[in-house]
Ligand binder design. Structure first.
Ligand SMILES: Nc1nc2c(c(=O)[nH]1)N[C@H]1C(S)=C(S)[C@@H](COP(=O)(O)OP(=O)(O)OC[C@H]3O[C@@H](n4cnc5c(=O)[nH]c(N)nc54)[C@H](O)[C@@H]3O)O[C@H]1N2
Ligand SMILES: Nc1nc2c(c(=O)[nH]1)N[C@H]1C(S)=C(S)[C@@H](COP(=O)(O)OP(=O)(O)OC[C@H]3O[C@@H](n4cnc5c(=O)[nH]c(N)nc54)[C@H](O)[C@@H]3O)O[C@H]1N2
Ligand SMILES: [Mo]
Length: 768
């Protein structure tokens, strides 16, 4: 049998798909990737899989007219033809916009979808709904909502989170110390949104290890830095980073080592923040001795680290995780303040950047060039909710929330359309979401797989995977633009999201507005051509589309000199002010103070989280649950692939627990446990680890939620999705970000016979 190698790319790396007899049988890492990851090994399993949706389906009860009020998830699905499915979906969009207005269509559809800049499901959905009159959308993201809402007020930009960061060569050449809140976990470098050509993160961590840079891993988990990095581990109680940062600041100020010149010339509000740190404002000096019982780190260690930070060029980085918790704005604001106090901002290799350890490509040297991008068009409705307020929106039509200085009124949602995201993975308190989900009359989902989301839809439309279509992969953090060539025919009756939406648009009379009369091939040329024009303007020579497609990729040249964030501002703050009201770093923000939010005042403060190990409820639920990013998949994607399946313990999602906490509960490695709190319960498989702070347990996100009784809120998730346990609340009225990491639980051995995990099998379907 002949084997053909087809170049392709994904969020988890670039590869050649090896195709035999119409099947992807294996993958081979992209030859240009010096540090390929292992998640690509799951690709053949997900393309050809029992979990694929073979044809369009409709929920049986929906066909009988059981709509608003129906609890989804437990009923059989009835197969329908594509023509019928398109007619039903277009009919519902038409009916809802006519009877209730376009704002009653919720099309936020948050999620990563697949790599590829044209067939990006969420963008395609937004384009279709926009030409159909608009929809209620979502702003910010689950990754760093609190941070991205805060930073423009503080430093005038989000570049320190999502833009070009002070690069690794600059850190390695100039910093002597790197202080990492949330560590630099190797696992998170396995992915890069949009499709990267190289595992850059692994490369730069190796370079940092070889350079002798002193790295401090401040995290409840030792594994948040790989052993070979030689980092020091400071185990911290979850949710207390702000207290530690305040104490570091106190020790530096008490020693008279703060960078007074920088604080005077480049910052506003230092006096007020200083008074708070010293306790002049509230009578509580934020000393290392004060922070010790809060953080679990002894005062001497804190003072020692503060002295090292004052004496050495220091890069401070905070993982995105530390703001996905109660008052998540505070640790981020305090990170900036600490970098201002140590004076490193805008100097080579020092200062701060968020998320060096959060995703592949942060700090990867790259000339700032645009990548091909599909435009979603303009939303005539213009209504949005902060991304994580989706359950609130469904629960309280006409209600609303504060968000970043404005009031957001929730619409009366009748129709939900999701393509390219998985709220039954990503959202917190999934039992509450399941109840609120019943408010909708119709829920439409495009999905390649029978995910927990697809199982909770009314109309399910089978989408192709990237291997079944042509696309262009690219990320703003990588120097490659990758051809993603079709490797196999669409599986079953699956269709591209673009084709599905083109037909829905057709039924609504707006086909040309949606397609602009281009097919896939014309779109790829068009998007590449637009980006190439920008590259040419920037003086970068690149091949034309045909040459790019034939070669399989384009690689941009590396920049000639290291990039330093805020360098121009540092050198001349008058000539290069920040885009803040003062033009400076706002240690105190008059704008935020003006909002009058008691949960996000005008300067960084320590607030005890609502759920943490220092709280009284810690009696009933004495363990802090971290639900971090999975090493073996991307969120819920690839869960049915070999890499994720191999990591399960007794078929369940693993939970890390320390030896003392395990012994206290009579637990051993390999046991199945019930993890629970008042919000829900799931099963998990025990992994005993020395490298976890006592009182803390950790489970990755993304195991497909598998309720023992589908459709019943509160039913035990037999597979191990931690979001049946997490709390659904905003970080504060400023950012309204999710707070998944602030979560207490208890664990007991599961004594009964554990029900089988069924979510990786198709649900019950009726025959026509
Ligand atoms: N407890 C807890 N929860 C968390 C987090 C946490 O740390 N803890 N992290 C949060 C974060 S940071 C994020 S970003 C979110 C991630 O949440 P999501 O981005 O929603 O997670 P994914 O599993 O990537 O979901 C993408 C969905 O798109 C589908 N899909 C893929 N390709 C296509 C396609 O071509 N067409 C269509 N129609 N569908 C496609 C996939 O099958 C999958 O169901 O999770 C959040 N949730
Ligand atoms: N392999 C893989 N990589 C991924 C993803 C994936 O799904 N799979 N998802 C990607 C996405 S969308 C995102 S947003 C990023 C997220 O990037 P991050 O948010 O940085 O990732 P997490 O793994 O949630 O958290 C990093 C570490 O922070 C630690 N931590 C948690 N709470 C605290 C705390 O209160 N204090 C301190 N000091 N440490 C704490 C945890 O031990 C955890 O391992 O990851 C990306 N990378
Ligand atoms: Mo994320």
């Amino acid at each position: 049998m002949t084997v053909t190698a087809i170049p392709h790319a994904s969020h988890w790396g670039a590869f050649d798909a090896l195709v035999e007899d119409g099947q992807v049988t294996a993958v081979r890492p992209f030859a240009g990737d010096r540090h390929p990851g292992t998640l690509i090994d799951s690709v053949p399993d997900i393309v050809h899989s029992r979990t694929r949706i073979d044809r369009p389906y409709v929920r049986a009860g929906w066909l009988r007219g059981e709509r608003a009020g129906a609890m989804r998830g437990g009923e059989a699905f009835v197969p329908v033809s594509w023509d019928e499915a398109i007619r039903l979906v277009a009919g519902e969009i038409g009916r809802v916009r006519q009877d209730h207005g376009n704002a009653s269509i919720f099309g936020g559809s948050y999620g990563w979808a697949s790599a590829g800049r044209f067939h990006h499901a969420r963008t395609q959905l937004h384009r279709m709904l926009n030409v159909a009159g608009g929809f209620t959308g979502q702003v910010t993201n689950y990754s760093y909502a609190a941070g991205m809402t805060l930073m423009p007020h503080i430093v005038g930009t989000n570049d320190c989170i999502q833009g070009p960061a002070t690069d690794w060569p600059s850190i390695i050449d100039n910093a002597k110390l790197m202080v990492c809140f949330g560590g630099l976990p190797l696992k998170n470098g396995e992915v890069c949104a949009g499709g990267a050509g190289e595992g850059q993160y692994r490369h730069w961590l190796r370079q940092a290890a070889a350079s002798g840079l002193r790295i401090v891993n401040i995290s409840p988990l030792r594994q948040d830095t790989p052993d070979w990095l030689g980092a020091e581990w400071l185990p911290i109680r979850p949710g207390t980073d702000t207290a530690l940062m305040l104490a570091l600041a106190h020790a530096i100020v008490a020693a008279g080592r703060e960078d007074r010149a920088f604080l005077a010339t480049h910052c506003v509000g230092w006096e007020k923040l200083r008074a708070y740190i010293l306790g002049e404002a509230d009578g509580v000096a934020k000393t290392p001795a004060w922070a010790a019982p809060v953080t679990g780190i002894d005062a001497e260690t804190i003072a020692g680290l503060a002295a090292a930070m004052a004496a050495n060029p220091t890069m401070i980085t905070s993982a995105w995780s530390i703001q996905r918790q109660d008052w998540g704005e505070q640790p981020y604001w305090m990170t900036v303040a600490l970098a201002a106090i140590t004076g490193g901002i805008g100097r080579p290799g020092t200062g701060f950047t968020f998320g060096y350890g959060s995703i592949n490509g942060v700090g990867n040297p790259r000339i700032d060039l645009p990548v091909p991008q599909l435009n979603a068009g303009r939303n005539p409705v213009g209504l949005f909710i902060p991304v994580a307020r989706v359950t609130d929106m469904l629960e309280q039509p006409g209600g609303g929330c504060d968000y970043n200085g404005r009031w957001i009124t929730y619409p009366d949602t009748k129709l939900i359309y999701w393509a390219g995201g998985n709220p039954f993975h990503h959202h917190q308190d999934l039992n509450r979401l399941l109840r609120a989900w019943a408010k909708a009359e119709t829920i439409v989902v495009n999905e390649p797989w029978w995910t927990t989301l697809a199982r909770h839809a009314d109309i399910v439309l089978p989408a192709t995977t990237t291997l079944e279509r042509n696309d262009i992969g690219a990320s703003s953090r990588d120097r490659h633009v990758m051809a993603m060539k079709q490797a196999v025919a669409p599986q079953g009756q699956a269709r591209d999201d673009f084709a599905i939406f083109a037909d829905i648009a057709d039924a609504l009379g707006v086909r040309h507005a949606f397609t602009e009369q281009r097919d896939e091939s014309a779109w790829l040329r068009h998007l590449y051509g637009q980006a190439r024009a920008a590259w040419t303007r920037a003086g970068i020579e690149t091949p034309d589309f045909d040459a790019f497609w034939a070669a399989g990729h384009v690689e941009f040249p590396a920049p000639e000199k290291p990039f330093v964030l805020f360098e121009d501002f540092r050198n001349d703050p008058e000539a290069n002010p920040l885009n803040t009201p003062s033009g400076k770093v706002e240690l105190v923000s008059g704008t935020i103070g003006g909002f009058g939010y008691d949960d996000c005042p005008d300067h960084p403060v320590w607030f005890a989280p609502k759920e943490w190990l220092g709280a009284p409820e810690a009696g009933r639920f004495p363990l802090h649950l971290l639900s971090f990013q999975p090493a073996t998949r991307l969120h819920s994607q690839l869960d049915q692939g070999r890499v994720s399946l191999a990591s399960k313990v007794a078929g369940r999602e693993p939970i890390l627990i320390g030896p003392e906490d395990a012994a206290a509960r009579g637990l051993a490695a390999g046991d199945i446990v019930r993890v629970f709190n008042d919000r829900g319960a799931c099963l998990a498989g025990v992994v005993v680890s020395e490298g976890i702070l006592p009182g803390v347990v950790a489970m990755a996100t993304g195991a497909w939620m598998d309720p023992a009784v589908p459709g019943e809120p509160g039913s035990l998730c037999v597979h191990g999705n931690p979001n049946v346990l997490t709390r659904d609340e905003g970080t504060s009225r400023l950012g309204q970000g999710p707070v998944a990491q602030s979560c207490l639980v208890e664990i007991v051995r599961y004594e009964e016979t554990a029900p089988p995990v069924r979510v990786h099998e198709p649900p019950v379907t009726e025959t026509t």
